[in-house]
Write a protein that binds this ligand. Structure first.
Ligand code: ATP
Ligand code: ZN
Ligand code: MG
Length: 307
């Protein structure tokens, strides 16, 4: 079992830097990773593929950004305006360029002429897929299942290595009837738990809520919990009493279906659910529980990852 870190000693993040597993960039939550770290991420990615292989999910990969109109329509800004990241670019002329250089020289703010573009950073791997699915028309009777992976951006700088500003999320997304979607979530709760157990990680399944912004957000969060819409698989990583969500299971009901006018075969608004795997977070959980030397990990865990 994991011990809490001795007060005053190096933190888990310090030790990850010292071993070169994570590389400092000068920004909290923005890190380079070593080959060893990436070998775990790659192995987890393959393991998640194996777990989902039987269902024949449609693989789609998007760049870590999405269209601003799609982002606006998705509703993300209602819940999480504080986490969003927009891409801004210089749209000026030669005079504007000279001003930028003068500001840099003087050490003053040079960003005044940066303008919002039509590109926004992806906040969760599933966000780009709903408009794509809706554009194909009504769902077939069996619904749809997608396999996604993306870098995701959230402006939540932290000294906890598990809370990054840019991180990779693998997701399966199910679209269909409430029954299809809930059966999907049920089966992934089981598979996800088994996967973590096979990796030698202690997990607890807990009801959860998203960190909706502001006072109105409180109500949304309470509602989400009361209706059992979000569950997390939590593993102690940074501390014993505040375990970290490594997998999330989200039932959106008809939120994305109505937002994107996505319909079931019988014409009813589609329901959706997703399971999200935090690839860096699971990697960090493994490093915390089995140690920073991959070669010394339990044989059974190494076999799960690398065969
Ligand atoms: P938390 O409550 O810890 O903020 P979350 O509820 O925001 O997590 P989701 O929005 O459900 O997490 O994202 C899906 C998965 O992505 C999470 O289960 C987690 O593994 C991972 N994840 C979320 N935020 C981060 C982050 N800032 N850094 C690294 N991984 C993250
Ligand atoms: Zn999702
Ligand atoms: Mg969060």
């Amino acid at each position: 079992m994991l011990d809490d870190e001795p007060a005053g000693g190096p933190t888990f993040l310090d030790r990850l830097f010292d071993h070169g597993l994570l590389v400092r960039t000068g920004v909290d939550g923005l890190y380079g990773r070593s080959g060893a770290f990436e070998s775990v991420v790659d192995a987890l990615d393959r393991m998640i593929t194996r777990l989902g292989a039987a269902e024949g999910a449609e693989v789609l990969r998007f760049p870590p950004a999405m269209s601003r109109p799609a982002f606006e329509r998705s509703g993300y800004l209602k819940g999480f305006p504080n986490l969003a990241g927009t891409v801004h670019s210089f749209c000026g002329d030669a005079r504007g360029h000279a001003e930028i250089l003068a500001c840099l020289e003087a050490g003053t703010d040079w960003t005044g002429q940066q303008e919002a573009t039509d590109v926004v950073l992806t906040p969760a791997a599933c966000y780009p897929v709903y408009p794509v699915a809706a554009a194909r028309g009504t769902l077939p009777a069996e619904g749809r299942l997608f396999d996604l992976q993306s870098y995701c951006f959230r402006r939540e700088p932290s000294l906890e290595p598990t809370r990054m500003q840019l991180f990779r999320m693998r997701e399966y997304v199910r679209m269909g009837s409430p029954e299809q979607v809930l059966a999907f979530r049920e089966s992934w709760l089981e598979r996800g738990t088994a996967m973590m157990r096979d990796l030698g990680l202690p997990v607890a399944i807990d009801a959860a809520n998203d960190p909706f912004f502001g006072r109105a957000g409180r109500m949304l969060a309470n509602n989400q919990r009361a209706q059992g819409l979000k569950f997390e698989l939590n593993v102690p990583v940074n501390s014993l009493d505040k375990p970290t969500a490594c997998l999330s299971f989200n039932y959106h009901q008809d939120h994305f279906g109505s937002t994107w006018e996505l319909r079931q075969a019988d014409g009813a608004v589609a329901h959706t659910a997703c399971v999200g795997f935090g690839l860096e977070r699971i990697t960090l959980a493994l490093l915390r529980h089995h140690g920073l030397d991959l070669a010394a990990w339990p044989e059974a865990v190494r076999a799960e990852l690398w065969g």
